[in-house]
Design a protein. Structure first.
Length: 51
């Protein structure tokens, strides 16, 4: 279920963890569409479930 509250402004966000099958597409969405900034990236090879 998607709930949309019009005119709501996000003031703060502590952190986001992204688990995805395509990093470039996910990064494009969060950075270029939502306008979020990447402050730090951590790649955990042992958590790579695709290989």
């Amino acid at each position: 279920m998607l709930i949309f509250i019009p005119y709501t402004k996000l003031n703060k966000l502590h952190h986001i963890a992204i688990i995805c099958s395509n990093y470039d597409i996910s990064k494009n969405f969060y950075v270029n569409i939502l306008g979020l900034n990447i402050i730090n990236k951590t790649y955990r090879k042992e958590k790579n479930l695709m290989n």
